[in-house]
Design a protein around this ligand. Structure first.
Ligand SMILES: *[C@@H]1O[C@H](CO)[C@@H](O)[C@H](O)[C@H]1NC(C)=O
Length: 244
């Protein structure tokens, strides 16, 4: 799913199951935007099950629709820990010829890219969104312990697209419930936990990347146990009923 400013402002219920939103922003950034942004995540305490998506959104100057990138837990495979990373654009006219990508995003226009790796949940993963040339952007998953980098995908925005706008939102989504059924019992939401770290950028003139706010969002506001602990480098987001 994607969070839209209109939905956030109007508290319009979304059919997609975002539960927690966050705001991110750099204290200073060039007026024409950022060439790269890195969003670090740690999912060490997330159960190894499919269902949750931990993501940060971003948008581009002169482009209407957002992109997003993030991590999804997966079940272990033959003793290996599996980490799924995604990198998508919701903008119509976005093109790709990368093998990890296909046309369309959440049933609408855009491009979706994803990769599964054998990873290690105790490691913090960086998701780097970086301009490679013109209006082409690459998403890369980087294990901050081993430094191993895996390209998630690459796509090209329509001509005229600018750099990354300073400031957007992110979310924790339980996408298992994006099934169009109106009434899910928020009390049956499974536990998860993740750390969303402050964004970083190598773009000249950028500094002070921060997650400035974390808030409940969507159809389970006030109905799930939620906590966000603000630490110096991350917000520690917990959501769900068990073990919270
Ligand atoms: C995960 O990484 C930690 C720290 O780097 C290491 O101690 C542990 O053995 C690793 N676990 C697996 C399953 O590789």
């Amino acid at each position: 799913m994607k969070l839209t400013a209109a939905a956030l402002l109007a508290c319009v219920p979304s059919v997609a199951f975002a539960l927690i939103g966050n705001d991110w922003r750099f204290a200073s950034a060039p007026a024409d935007g950022l060439n790269d942004v890195t969003f670090p995540f740690n999912i060490a305490k997330a159960p190894h099950k499919a269902g949750y998506y931990f993501a940060q959104q971003f948008n581009f100057h002169n482009v209407k629709e957002v992109g997003y990138t993030g991590l999804q837990p997966r079940p272990d495979s033959r003793g290996n820990e599996v980490v799924h990373a995604a990198f998508s654009s919701f903008q119509g006219g976005t093109t790709t010829n990368h093998p990890n990508c296909h046309t369309g995003a959440d049933g609408g226009p855009g491009v979706s890219c994803a990769v599964d790796i054998f990873g290690n949940y105790t490691h913090t993963y960086n998701l780097e969104v970086k301009n490679v040339r013109g209006t082409t952007w690459r998403g890369t998953l980087i294990d901050t312990v081993t430094r191993k980098a895996t390209v998630v995908g690459e796509w090209t925005l329509p001509a005229g697209a600018g750099k990354i706008v300073n400031g957007q939102v992110g979310f924790v989504e339980y996408y298992t419930w994006n099934d169009g059924k109106p009434a899910h019992d928020c009390r049956t939401l499974p536990f998860t936990q993740a750390k969303f770290y402050n964004p970083k950028s190598k773009t000249k003139g950028s500094s002070g990347g921060a997650i400035t706010k974390v808030y409940e969002y969507g159809l389970c506001i006030g109905k799930v146990k939620f906590s966000a602990t603000q630490l110096s480098k991350n917000q520690n987001i917990r959501v769900g009923y068990k073990n919270v």
